[in-house]
Ligand binder design. Structure first.
Ligand SMILES: [Zn+2]
Length: 254
């Protein structure tokens, strides 16, 4: 069967024998691994559509449950993301996280649209890329149905905006449960939050990523929220080591 779908290239994988595979986040099928069957002649024509960050229309040939990529045509290649190392790093981190958290072949249309929006917003952004990356991470959790509990106690369900965040419990915890934890002497991985932080999270969740284009968070608050969200993701979703987070990636030619 031959089919067309929009897609975002997450990464290229070289397999044994030099055959190329592409990890492609498709609108229709979710994340797939597709062997590249582009002919020698078609290679240069399709090269732009096969490189990471590329967003395009892809023709897939599906046979015996395997995907083969026949050709691709770029809708947008977000080439300006690569013009600034910090911007590139932040975008690469977001894409890698998305790659790690996506299950193979499970459609995730909301996350697909969010990721296109993330790359577009990042491309237009002039500085403070961390704010957009943080907002993307939070919205990504929402798309995956894995948001922390923010409107009640994650332990007992008591409604309200509680001001302690427990990583293992997966969200805010009330004072009663907190007292219980202190008695148990459990290492609760607790973080103090305040109404400003809760308002920021609320704002990010209620507004489109692109509407945050000109927003920059206070750096101290941004780093506090980042720590909580990163710990939460590591604890509950185990994305493994993210290369883009620790290693300076060499810029690809654009
Ligand atoms: Zn409670």
């Amino acid at each position: 069967m031959i089919t067309d779908t929009r897609g975002i290239v997450l990464r290229q994988v070289k397999t044994i024998g030099g055959r190329r595979m592409i990890s492609l986040f498709t609108e229709q099928y979710g994340k797939i691994g597709a062997g590249v069957t582009v002919s020698e002649r078609g290679k240069s024509r399709n090269a732009a559509a096969m490189s990471p960050f590329a967003y395009g229309n892809y023709e897939l040939y599906i046979s015996h449950g395997r995907f083969h990529l026949n050709k691709g045509q770029v809708i947008k290649n977000f080439y300006r993301i690569g013009a600034d190392v910090d911007r590139y790093m932040a975008a690469a981190y977001g894409l890698e996280l998305c790659d790690k958290l996506l299950e193979e072949e499970v459609p995730a249309k909301d996350l697909f649209e969010l990721t296109v929006e993330f790359l577009s917003t990042m491309e237009e952004r002039k500085s403070r890329y961390g704010t957009i990356l943080l907002a993307y991470k939070i919205k990504l959790l929402a798309c995956l149905g894995a948001l922390p509990v923010l409107d009640r106690c994650a332990c007992c369900g008591k409604p309200g905006k509680h001001l302690m965040f427990s990583i293992p419990e997966g969200g805010l915890v009330c004072e009663d449960c907190l007292a219980g934890m202190a008695q148990d002497g459990t290492d609760a991985l607790l973080y103090k939050v305040d109404f400003v932080i809760l308002d920021i999270l609320d704002h990010i969740l209620k507004n489109a990523l692109s509407s945050l284009q000109k927003a920059a968070l206070d750096e101290g608050l941004e780093s506090q929220i980042n720590t909580i969200i990163d710990r939460f993701i590591t604890y509950h979703l185990d994305p493994g080591d993210l290369k883009a987070g620790s290693v300076r990636i060499e810029q690809t030619e654009v």
